[in-house]
Write a protein that binds this ligand. Structure first.
Ligand code: NAD
Ligand code: ZN
Length: 357
């Protein structure tokens, strides 16, 4: 048996207001006059957070458009822009949801690796460490702050740059930064974490390591999303730690059915990760009876609308394309259904599921 020896984030600071320490955290990482580059989620353009960025010398803020999930082309263009403008940089700081954080990880890697980020979509293809990189979430749930991947849509596939060089050198977990998140978005991204927990805890890859983190994250998600109480700062505090622990849980196990099916939606229809997982979760009680029941309770108590009927006008070719992408996620299916998964999740069965969404 070969056990995974996984690389983790180097430094973690947690706490309300910890963002104020960013200047001090970055200082020893500055390489002479080379700039720190802040990739800031475009939501914050003109907002207070943009003025709180500790700019020094020729540091630069780039507002990143996260209307669509990150693409290899976008990563390559950003890295090229920085090489043209500065040659080298001291570091890249990604501030935002999973999309802005993934962009930062990928751009930091592409500052030191030749070619296109598309060349590195896969497992352990990245050969050189990137530049120093920091992740600062402003939405909680994806676990992108702790993971060893950065999910990118490339010319031929949607796949992460999974490598030991991918995790951040530093993360700043300041729940205060989530305070303006819209209710629906906060729910969808929060449910990404809830679904990570269910898929990890109900999966065949489960072990005591994943279980410890998964159970804690699940407990926090329940405190946040059940009980019909209004949103409070305390919920942002809890959800940020749930996201971290949920990410740690799947690091040593795997996600499952909701993610495998949602990847097909995202590839064909551009459905975003959080909402896509919710759309699927609504219809998979066969695989996660308790989890789906509780998920529906959370949807109800939080007054959220989960889109329905998004596959109602698709052609056979389109269904086939989604089915191909989904069945390609082999480790996810194996975790969910066991080694014999191909006999359980047939193309016909998956088609029937997609038709329900
Ligand atoms: P997101 O980053 O795509 O952002 C969603 C929306 O929320 C955007 O419009 C953004 O501008 C806005 N936003 C962000 N913070 C805000 C705030 N504080 N207030 C108001 N608006 C805010 O959403 P997400 O769900 O955090 O991330 C999804 C992305 O993460 C996908 O690209 C997915 O592929 C990726 N992901 C990565 C991993 C990983 O391990 N690397 C894991 C899961 C998901
Ligand atoms: Zn996820």
């Amino acid at each position: 048996m070969q056990f995974r020896n996984f690389k983790m984030v180097d430094y973690v600071v947690y706490g309300r207001g910890s963002f104020n320490q960013l200047d001090e955290i970055l200082a020893p990482q500055r390489k002479g006059q080379l700039p720190m580059i802040f990739l800031l989620d475009h939501f914050f353009e003109g907002k207070e957070l943009a003025n709180r960025i500790p700019l020094r010398g020729i540091d630069k803020i780039i507002f990143v458009d996260v209307t669509h999930e990150p693409k290899t082309k976008q990563v390559d263009a950003l890295a090229q822009q920085l090489k043209d403008e500065f040659g080298k940089v001291s570091g890249i700081i990604g501030i935002g949801g999973g999309s802005a954080m993934d962009l930062a990880k990928a751009v930091a890697l592409m500052m030191n690796n030749p070619g296109s980020s598309a060349d590195y979509q896969g497992w352990d293809l990245v050969k050189q460490a990137g530049v120093y990189k920091v992740g600062i979430p402003t939405l909680s749930g994806t676990g992108a702050e702790v993971s060893r991947t950065t999910v990118l849509t490339g010319p031929t596939r949607k796949l992460g740059m999974n490598s030991d060089f991918t995790p951040f050198n530093q993360i700043v977990l300041d729940p205060e930064l989530c305070k303006d998140a819209p209710v629906n978005q906060r729910f969808y991204t929060g449910m990404d974490c809830y679904i990570h927990c269910i898929e990890s805890l109900e999966g065949t890859f489960l072990n005591e390591f994943s279980k410890s983190y998964g159970e804690k994250a699940l407990e926090l998600c329940r405190k946040v999303f059940l009980g019909n109480t209004p949103w409070t700062d305390d919920k942002d505090d809890k959800l940020m730690m749930a996201s971290y622990a949920g990410g740690m849980s799947i690091a040593y196990s795997q996600v499952g059915v909701a993610h495998a099916v949602s990847y097909g939606l995202s590839f064909l229809l551009g459905t975003k990760h959080g909402v896509g997982n919710c759309i699927v979760m609504n219809h998979i009680e066969e695989y996660y009876p308790e989890g789906v029941k509780e998920f529906k309770q959370m949807v109800k108590e939080n007054n959220i609308d989960i889109p329905q009927g998004i596959c109602s006008n698709l052609t056979d070719e389109q269904f086939d394309a989604m089915i191909n992408v989904s069945l390609g996620m082999k480790p996810l299916w194996e975790n969910a259904l066991g080694k014999n998964w191909e006999n359980i999740m047939t193309r016909e069965k998956l088609r029937t599921l997609y038709e329900k969404l």
